[in-house]
Design a protein around this ligand. Structure first.
Ligand SMILES: C[S@@+](CC[C@H](N)C(=O)[O-])C[C@H]1O[C@@H](n2cnc3c(N)ncnc32)[C@H](O)[C@@H]1O
Length: 460
């Protein structure tokens, strides 16, 4: 993915492991004319046991370069990259000259950073606010590059939308100009050996405040030598200019482009619909003393994703691994909401589930209770704390469950988690469109095909 043909390459790898990426870079760069005069590599690797193999890889690189007349040198730092790089980007350690690096290749470590840890504070001192190590690495790497320097990194996809990554997205998109994003469709293949189930991407970006007019979005399955399909997307489609969240949308094929165009017609915000979305208030392990397996006197329904059934909440569930009820006492009032019509959406979907957004209606005429508790694995739509008119709820749930929304949603959400921010950030059909759709649906429970047909007929 590197395109620069600089005569002097100064590359760094933060978390070099045994140097596989450095070797790939050197081989690729030395296979295109004009060859560089010199390649200087700086490798950071904290794990001492990898230093032997890393040095051997670098020696291979040196020999390969030597055979082509390219001067190769390398520095290995057996050090924590964050500890080493923060003083570099904060202080003026380059003697007033620009930073020395014009290329970086990265496969950064992936781990949460605790809010009060030294790593978090170090990153903050460099103006980087992030809760994951990999985005900390990317941000520091971006800062270490010279203007016009190139970055290629393989990372999880989570930074493209999660609310926690918003400060990172702002910083990264300000410093770097995206050129290409490659998505591995399979969540299991790329990091199979680590047992990490999430989508992964390779990004190519150039350090520049000028945004490109287009970004190439490509996909492949992740299996070795799998075919790659690519399309050129306008930058404004990838990062919407009016999106305060700075989500990165990955429009990989024509079906996705079409879904985008269809949904672009809808402009109504959740607030304009008079609605809000919140995360279920009952965190079950914190409220354990109030939970009851089956409904009994003095309890009210407690709704989990396992109660979703054919578009409506079916309660109670018997037998059930999850408690069906919660005590209705003074101590639990804060956790409960008045019984009314709500639209619920799962926050986590199983990998096998066909759709990311799975919505369902809580209809109090089917469940007698004065109050209800929604568990924390759910988001619920409400009208400023009150319920929704039934037709509006039916239309909203149908819209959320439609295939076209799912295809759109996957363009900015590559994991199985659906955040309330994601739902808040969507644009919806107008209230009257949703009500009319809900009215047509009545209390039927259509299958996916029927639902998509009706949604298209009513909304598009
Ligand atoms: C995902 S591996 C990538 C290794 C290699 N670049 C590759 O692609 O095969 C991340 C590497 O970063 C190293 N690492 C983790 N934390 C680090 C830190 N704070 N500073 C430097 N290296 C670190 C790990 O030991 C590991 O070798």
């Amino acid at each position: 993915m590197f395109t620069s043909r600089e005569k002097e390459v100064r590359l760094f790898d933060a978390g070099a492991g045994t140097g596989g990426l450095i070797q790939a870079f050197v081989q690729a760069r030395c296979s295109v004319e004009p060859l560089p005069n010199r390649i200087h590599v700086v490798a950071y690797e904290v794990d001492t046991s990898l230093l032997g193999p890393l040095h051997r890889t670098l020696e291979h690189c040196r020999k390969h370069c030597f055979s082509l007349g390219v001067h190769f040198t390398a520095d290995v730092h057996n050090a924590d990259f964050i500890e080493a790089a923060v003083p570099l980007v904060c202080g003026d350690l380059f003697n007033g000259s620009q930073t020395p690096f014009n290329a970086t290749i990265l496969n950064p470590p992936y781990r949460k950073i605790n809010s009060d840890s030294r790593t978090r504070l170090l990153l903050r001192s460099a103006g980087i606010e992030t809760s994951n190590l990999y985005t900390g690495f990317l941000a520091l790497a971006a800062k270490l590059l010279i203007e016009g320097g190139e970055m290629v990194a393989i990372t999880p996809r989570s930074f493209t939308n999660g609310p926690y990554f918003r400060p990172f997205r702002e910083l990264f998109l300000r410093l770097m100009s995206l050129r290409r994003l490659h998505v591995f469709e399979s969540r299991s293949v790329a990091f199979e050996s680590e047992g990490v189930l999430q989508e992964n991407i390779i990004l190519h970006a150039v350090k520049s405040p000028t945004k490109p007019s287009s970004v190439v979005v490509s996909t492949s399955s992740g299996a070795p030598n799998a075919p790659v399909s690519a399309r050129e997307c306008e930058y404004d489609e990838v990062v919407l200019s009016n999106d305060p969240e700075r989500f990165i949308h990955l429009i990989a094929d024509d079906v996705q482009q079409e879904a985008r165009q269809i949904l672009a017609r809808f402009r109504t915000s959740l607030a304009e619909l008079g609605l809000e979305v919140s995360t279920g208030r009952v965190v079950d392990f914190r409220a354990r003393q109030f939970l009851v397996s089956q409904p009994a006197y003095g309890t009210v329904p407690l709704i989990y994703p396992c109660h979703f059934n054919g578009g409506y909440v079916k309660w109670p569930k018997t037998p059930s691994r999850k408690p069906n009820a919660i005590l209705d006492t003074e101590a639990t009032q804060e956790l409960l909401v008045p019984s009314a019509v709500y639209v619920l959406a799962k926050r986590f979907t199983a990998k096998e589930e066909r759709r990311r957004v799975v919505a369902c209606i809580y209809d109090p005429s089917r469940i007698r209770a004065a109050r209800v508790g929604f568990e924390n694995h759910l988001n619920y739509f409400h009208a400023h704390g009150a319920g929704l008119p039934l037709d509006l709820a039916r239309g909203l749930a149908a819209f959320l469950n439609s295939t076209v929304l799912d295809v759109y949603f996957r363009q900015f959400n590559g994991n199985t988690q659906v955040n309330a921010t994601d739902l808040r950030n969507l644009r919806y059909p107008s209230r009257s469109q949703l009500e009319s759709l809900g009215h047509h649906l009545g209390d039927s429970s259509p299958n996916q095909q029927e639902l998509d047909h009706l949604v298209h007929k009513e909304l598009f």
